[in-house]
Design a binder for this molecule. Structure first.
Ligand SMILES: [Zn+2]
Ligand SMILES: [Zn+2]
Length: 298
């Protein structure tokens, strides 16, 4: 069993986090104030790239490659891979094993991002507000700035590198990240860069990281040996679902990770599900696994 938080610090990620935060929280509001708002072109670029980012991450990284909840052809996969790289997170060959490891060790020793079991959650550290706050920070962004310690054998067993699209994504990830900032600048100027580049990445990061932090703030009990007993595997959030294409239904997801649908009721806000159902009708995707028929972690 690996321990938590012992992976090497990733200084380039910290620099990226600071640059994105300054762009989104300082430069963008300053531009808004100085120019009386953003242009229509900047807003259009923001909407297009934000939705593409989410489609790549939710329908590509999560529902297709990690959990294999449906199938699709190579061109569709390439479209998803480009959108996923726009999110400026790890390439799938790293993200995928991290994520499946999270499912195998949810909120127990080994989980890569848990607000409950984290580097300071050892019994010798006193329970209380600061320990809980650190856990929330760790699950939100702290883990993101370190290498995870998922075993190499597990990564190899996942077999993701057999997919040529995923190898292609690894090779072209950084140029796509660059284009996610450069194209909005070329199309809409500085406000395009700020809104569709920095603000887009900042909002996406905070929303998707909140699924790992807030989404895992659940009631726990410890047994006599100090092991965590969970009352729920995670929690559902309608607000997060709006921001991340339905991924906010994280309790549903942990209950039936083999389902392509995250919102199970007709009124649940799961645009990822609606897109898949629509694409199935025009035969771009097939073999969608539904929550009533499929369970399990893959
Ligand atoms: Zn989770
Ligand atoms: Zn998952």
């Amino acid at each position: 069993m690996n321990t938590i938080g012992t992976g090497a610090f990733r200084p380039r990620t910290l620099i990226g986090v600071i640059v994105v935060a300054v762009g989104a929280l300082v430069a963008a509001p300053w531009y808004w104030y100085a120019h009386g708002g953003f242009s229509t072109g900047a807003w259009v670029m923001f909407a297009v790239l934000y939705i593409w980012t989410n489609i790549g991450q939710s329908l590509g990284y999560h529902r297709l490659w990690a959990h294999r909840t449906y199938e699709c052809g190579k061109i569709m996969q390439a479209f998803l891979a480009i959108g996923a790289s726009l999110a400026v997170v790890k390439v799938f060959l790293e993200w995928g094993p991290d994520h499946l490891w999270h499912h195998l060790h949810t909120d127990e020793e080994g989980d890569v991002h848990s607000p409950i079991v984290h580097p300071l959650s050892k019994p010798e550290n006193p329970d209380g507000f600061w320990k809980a706050l650190y856990g929330l920070w760790w699950a939100h962004m702290g883990w993101f700035m370190r290498q995870t310690t998922v075993p190499v054998e597990f990564k190899e067993r996942c077999g993701f590198a057999k997919n040529p699209i995923l190898r292609w994504q690894k090779r072209w990830d950084k140029p796509i990240v660059f284009l996610g900032f450069f194209i909005p600048f070329m199309v809409a100027g500085w406000d395009g860069l700020l809104l569709a580049g920095f603000v887009r990445v900042f909002v996406y990061w905070q929303a998707t990281f909140a699924v790992n932090s807030y989404g895992h703030l659940v009631k726990v009990k410890r047994d006599a040996a100090g092991h965590v007993i969970l009352f729920e595997p995670a929690r559902n959030s309608f607000v997060l679902a709006i921001l991340v294409l339905g991924e906010g239904y994280h309790r549903n997801h942990h209950r039936k990770a083999g389902s392509a649908y995250l919102g199970w009721k007709w009124y649940d806000f799961d645009p990822g599900k609606w897109i898949l159902v629509t694409l199935e009708k025009i035969r771009l995707v097939y073999g969608i696994k539904k929550p009533m028929t499929h369970t399990g972690t893959r």
